[in-house]
Design a protein. Structure first.
Length: 115
C-alpha cells in the first residue's frame, strides 16, 4: 500500500515536498517513483529512484525536482522547487518490483501552482 501526501496550492516559484509511505512490501526490492497527470494530458513519469539509489528525472523538471528514498521509514520523497504553473497536476506515487511486472500505485495528490 502506498500513501501519498504533501500536495497543495503554491505560487509560482515556490516549493513543495511530496512523500509516499510504503507498507506491506519489501521496500528494498522496489524501484519507486512519481508520475503526474495534468487535465487532458497523459500520465507522465516525473522521477524514479531505483532500489540501488540511481535516479531518472524528467527533462521538464530536471534541476528543479529531486527524488530520494528513506529505507528507515520506507518513504520516497519528491522535493519540488521553482514550481511553474505547468507543474500543476495530480501526482501519483508508484512502486515497481525489481525484475517483475508487479507494481502498486498511490491514491494521487493534487499539486496546483498559481501564476
Amino acid at each position: 500500500q502506498l500513501q501519498a501526501s504533501g500536495g497543495g496550492l503554491v505560487q509560482a516559484g515556490g516549493s513543495l515536498r511530496l512523500s509516499c509511505a510504503a507498507s506491506g512490501i519489501t521496500f528494498s526490492r522496489y524501484d519507486m517513483g512519481w508520475y503526474r497527470q495534468a487535465p487532458g494530458k497523459q500520465r507522465e513519469l516525473v522521477a524514479r529512484i531505483r532500489s540501488g539509489g540511481s535516479t531518472n528525472i524528467a527533462n521538464s523538471v530536471k534541476g528543479r525536482f529531486t527524488i530520494s528514498r528513506d529505507t528507515a521509514t520506507n518513504t520516497v520523497n519528491l522535493s519540488m522547487n521553482s514550481l511553474k504553473p505547468e507543474d500543476t497536476a495530480v501526482y501519483y506515487c508508484y512502486a515497481q518490483r525489481m525484475f517483475s511486472s508487479s507494481s502498486y500505485w498511490g491514491q494521487g495528490t493534487q499539486v496546483t501552482v498559481s501564476s
